[in-house]
Design a protein around this ligand. Structure first.
Ligand SMILES: [Zn+2]
Length: 444
């Protein structure tokens, strides 16, 4: 057995649990009629309606929903999954993840881990993510095209994980947040580079990423927190460079997500036409107004600061990074509150990977604490997120024609949004990935 096939056998053996097998076998037998399944639950939040629906029924054929509503009749020959008193919701969407990695120690990760170390772990994070109820992620930055490989392995059923929209390498300036700084100029890291300066280099890099599998382009518009530059918020591309990223991406049918903390860089990115501003920590009132005017989504990761500050000594971040995190964390939450009050478009995104994968839902409580209603927070992670991804015809609601991505929580997430941290049923594309022991399945 070659090293490569041994590694593959390991990956497949370790991750292909029995839940996936029926779907794969069904897929092989193309003559079989699509399986009909009905999910019944006491309550449903469908993603689109402003209020929950009781006595909920979702009818599914194969991987798609055919009907969803209150008290629907269940046709004969349907397998019924009865979730009792639970609340069902559309599969959740995290618009800002880094599913291929999870920091253990800053310098160890930089110097002692190869891309292969990163790649062999990523399927574990994918499984944790889907089992937490996140059936789709927009993964905004990964090295070495590992995100493309992971996405494809999930799509062909080799690995369990969420649907992935992937960005590949972040597009950033020399010395910026996407670069590796703070070392001797003689240290060279031999990875694929997401560094581009000037319009021509930027256009070439975007083309290279699209060629190699990018679904979305991630631009580093300003300095960052978890990197060793001096400033947090300074712009790192000129207006002309940002416009080049957006124009080139649009030529290939790709949207752009802009990493931006500082007020000036945020406005520059919005004016350049990005689909979303990530972090948006120091956004000012003019930036909020511009985002509303242009329909730009804000994707504000208001949970992970808690984790980083609690764990920073174990994670070995340099002092400079921690100083920045302390400064920005609180301000970002205040900015979030102002943006919610102003009615800016918001989509759910957490920077998962900065904190442990599978903890994504911890952010809901923070969004509610800082001004959203539980329904607004849920819609940020369902219908709004689907809109940002350009996937409203596939995900983000329990509605006919969409993928049967259905999750359940035992209690009422509108009364206590932390219920979303207790997802106990997950279906993705009609296949069950997780269900409580007590749930009964019957036929009728
Ligand atoms: Zn990020």
């Amino acid at each position: 057995m070659s090293l490569r096939s041994a590694a593959l056998a390991f990956l497949v053996g370790a991750t292909l649990s029995t839940s996936l097998l029926p779907a794969m076998l069904a897929a092989q037998d193309s003559s079989a009629a699509p399986r009909r399944v009905a999910i019944r639950a006491a309550h449903m939040i469908d993603g689109r309606s402003p209020r929950p629906i009781s006595n909920a029924v979702v009818l599914i054929e194969g991987e798609r929903i055919t009907a969803a509503g209150s008290g629907l009749a269940i046709p004969a020959g349907t397998q019924v999954i009865d979730l009792g008193s639970a609340t069902i919701l559309p599969g959740l969407v995290d618009c800002h993840t880094h599913m291929t990695s999870q920091p253990t120690n800053y310098y160890q990760d930089l110097f002692r881990r190869s891309p292969i170390d990163v790649a062999v772990r990523s399927h574990v994070y994918a499984k944790r993510t889907v089992e937490a109820g996140f059936t789709t992620v927009r993964d905004v930055g990964a090295g070495e095209f590992i995100d493309v490989a992971l996405r494809d392995a999930i799509n062909d059923g080799s690995v369990e994980g969420p649907r992935m929209v992937v960005a590949t390498l972040t597009v950033g300036a020399t010395g910026g947040h996407g670069d590796i700084s703070g070392f001797s100029p003689y240290i060279k890291f031999g990875q694929f580079s997401g560094i581009a300066d000037g319009v021509d280099e930027i256009r070439k890099l975007v083309r290279f990423e699209v060629k190699n599998g990018a679904d979305v382009i991630k631009m580093i518009a300003t300095a960052g927190v978890l990197s060793e530059e001096e400033s947090v918020g300074a712009p790192q591309f000129s207006a002309e460079e940002m416009k080049a990223v957006v124009d080139e991406a649009a030529m290939w049918g790709r949207k752009v997500a802009a990493h931006a903390h500082g007020a000036e860089g945020i406005k520059r990115a919005i004016r350049a036409g990005v689909a979303s501003v990530e972090h948006a920590s120091l956004i000012d009132d003019e930036g909020i107004r511009l985002a509303k005017e242009r329909g730009t989504y804000l994707v504000m990761d208001v949970y992970n600061d808690d984790y980083i500050l609690a764990e920073y000594s174990r994670l070995g971040y340099p002092d400079q990074i921690i100083e920045k995190e302390r400064k920005v964390g609180r301000m970002q939450r205040e900015s979030f509150q102002r943006a919610v009050r102003a009615g800016a478009k918001m989509a759910f995104g957490t920077d998962a990977g900065v904190y442990p994968h599978g903890w994504n839902a911890k952010q809901f409580a923070h969004m509610v604490r800082w001004g959203m209603t539980p329904m607004q927070a849920i819609q940020a992670a369902t219908v709004n997120a689907a809109d940002l991804l350009g996937w409203s015809d596939r995900i983000g609601a329990l509605a006919p024609g969409l993928y049967a991505d259905v999750i359940a929580v035992p209690g009422d997430p509108l009364a206590d949004v932390t219920e979303l941290e207790r997802v106990n049923f997950v279906m993705k594309g009609g296949t069950v990935y997780k269900k409580p022991e007590s749930v009964t399945t019957s036929s009728r």
